[in-house]
Design a protein around this ligand. Structure first.
Ligand code: UDP
Length: 248
């Protein structure tokens, strides 16, 4: 499988259809697989934190969640085919199992959010098989209960929505003990399924301006987003440009 090195993070060279096909393949295997969906902010965190970078690279599929990552791949002369947003990939995965053929567990978000998300998804897909959920705010004792609950229910698909880098670390620490086949770290997706956070309208997504829409809706993200221009400059000056036959 082709990967491109973006500031140390090895992003898979796949489009949305290819990523979905990989997920279906993982579901047919017996071992647990982790899927991470970094955007440029998260890649900047990994660039400064080698331990987290290792965690991200331990994923079985790493897709480019943000348009900034796609631009970076162009600068590095190995253009990714398209942005594969974690929310879109997860929504397509859910649609592909709407007949109830695979069980789903939703973990993360504020109390009540997972229930709302499940209610909305069940309205859309009445046969969907949801085997469990938990909010994402826990102490040690509650975390043990959550782990036991997941182990008992053995979901085929576990959505872990704790925000980055918490969700990636949690998945890497626990993926082999849970009995889930596919674990996806997909940040704020639960909030969007629940309807508590709005996805940017399509015209913003198509123009590569979803980040701007999120900034308008959640101005508190301003300081986090300062990493975007830094990301661009770091890729430009420090990124490893791909030469022919050079892909990992
Ligand atoms: N969250 C959580 N537990 C925590 C911290 C965050 O469940 O300890 C949830 C939070 O409620 C939100 C999601 O993680 O639903 C992260 O959202 P954000 O938009 O920050 O994530 P991103 O997708 O940008 O990583």
């Amino acid at each position: 499988m082709n990967k491109i090195d973006i500031l140390g993070v090895l992003v898979d060279h796949v489009d949305m259809a290819g990523a979905l096909a990989r997920l279906q393949g993982f579901l047919n295997e017996d071992t647990a697989h982790a899927v991470f969906t970094p955007n440029s902010e998260i890649i900047m965190v990994a660039h400064k934190d080698p331990e987290f970078c290792k965690t991200l690279n331990s994923g079985d599929l790493i897709v480019a969640d943000g348009i900034g990552v796609v631009y970076a791949s162009k600068i590095l002369k190995a253009p990714l085919p398209e942005r594969v947003a974690g929310f879109d990939l997860s929504s397509k995965l859910i649609e592909s199992v709407k007949d109830g053929s695979r069980s789903l567990y939703f973990f993360g978000g504020k109390p009540g959010v997972a229930e709302l998300a499940i209610q909305n998804l069940k309205e859309q897909y009445p046969d969907l098989c949801v085997c469990g959920f938990s909010d994402g705010y826990f102490d040690e004792a509650k975390e043990k209960q959550i782990i036991e609950d997941i182990k008992t229910k053995k979901p085929d698909i576990l959505f872990v929505c704790l925000g980055a880098p918490k969700q990636e670390k949690w998945i890497a620490d626990h993926k082999d003990e849970l009995g889930a086949k596919l674990l996806l770290g997909v940040g704020g997706s639960l909030d969007v399924w629940a309807g508590t956070v709005e996805r940017a309208p399509e015209k913003y997504q198509k123009a590569g301006l979803e980040w701007f829409y999120r900034l308008m809706k959640q101005p508190s993200r301003f300081f986090r987003m300062l990493s975007l221009p830094k990301f661009g400059l770091t890729v430009l000056f420090k990124g490893k440009r791909v030469k022919k036959g050079d892909r990992v």
